[in-house]
Ligand binder design. Structure first.
Ligand code: MEV
Length: 287
């Protein structure tokens, strides 16, 4: 029996997380060493979904409308005009660590959209995939900026501002990032909610931090586009300083950042929502 595939990479935020929720820019990069995969084939008696890693199976009817997997399957079938009486067997799996700021849920949704499009012979643009996944993101994250689904759907370095067409980032000279996992799961929704509560309490202080982060992102973009990678490390450090001020760092992240810097990284910061999750460090090509 013919099997149809959809795959999606993970992501890291190079700079600008959290401030991007408040209209400031962010730069994100795909992480292709890990990923999610969905396989679709002809089924019978409706839609069956198997999550191989979790050893779980559901029928689509069993999944509540606000279940992220149920939501993305239904929304994609609707968008493809195939929601009348679908007969499908869909299996999903992923190598992306869950709740570590690497976009595991986003990648899973993206892989599902792509597998369904492949199954029905439809061609969806990156923008169409991203828009479908964004709706599911709201169930995972509450008030997402859209940066995660954009990076993963486009699978390219992007300069992103909420509500605007994403810009592909021209990388004049390649650079190497180390991604390290604190081992501490962190839910984006909670970190984003805490930042929002702080912004409601102290809007002026938080807006100032967001502006500082925006200035860092603008400079980082220029350095990347001109290939001046030597100066990028200091900007990652400066971004981390602002993330500390936002209250989203953690002792585990700080330990990894210190270790990376001691080992010679040019700069290091948390990536994603923080409070756990992953750290990224800019390292020398020869390192
Ligand atoms: C998460 O990868 C990035 C955040 O800025 C949330 C968002 O932009 O939706 C923390």
């Amino acid at each position: 029996m013919q099997v149809y595939y959809g795959r999606a990479c993970a992501k890291a935020i190079l700079c600008g997380e959290h401030a991007v929720v408040y209209g400031r820019p962010a730069i994100g990069v795909p992480v292709t060493q890990v990923g999610a995969e969905a396989q679709a084939r002809e089924g019978s008696g409706g839609v069956t979904i198997v999550a191989e890693d979790l050893d779980q199976a559901w029928t689509l009817e069993e999944l509540a409308p606000d279940h992220p997997v149920g939501h993305i399957v239904r929304a994609t079938l609707r968008a493809l005009d195939e929601d009348a009486a679908p007969n499908l067997f869909l299996s999903v799996r992923s190598t992306i660590p869950i709740a570590r700021g690497l976009g595991s849920g986003t990648a899973l949704s993206t892989a599902i959209v792509r597998a369904l499009a492949d199954f029905y012979g439809a061609r969806l643009s990156a923008a169409q995939v991203s828009a479908l996944v964004f709706e599911a993101e709201k169930l995972y994250h509450g008030t997402p900026s859209g940066v995660d689904n954009t990076i993963i759907a486009y699978e390219e370095p992007v300069y992103f501002v909420k509500g605007q067409t994403p810009q592909r980032l021209k990388v004049a000279r390649p650079f190497r990032l180390v991604v390290a996992d604190t081992g501490v799961p962190s839910e984006t929704k909670i970190a984003v909610g805490e930042v929002r509560a702080a912004w409601q309490r102290e809007p002026a202080r938080m807006e100032k931090i967001f502006d500082e982060i925006a200035a860092i992102v603008t400079q980082a973009r220029r350095l990347i586009e001109y290939g001046q990678i030597e100066a990028l490390g200091a900007l990652l450090d400066a971004n981390q300083e602002q993330l500390r001020a936002l209250g989203v760092s953690s002792p585990e992240l700080e330990r990894l950042i210190a270790a990376a810097k001691q080992a010679g990284a040019a700069g290091a910061k948390l990536s994603g929502a923080g409070r756990g999750g992953t750290m990224i460090a800019l390292v020398d090509e020869a390192a």
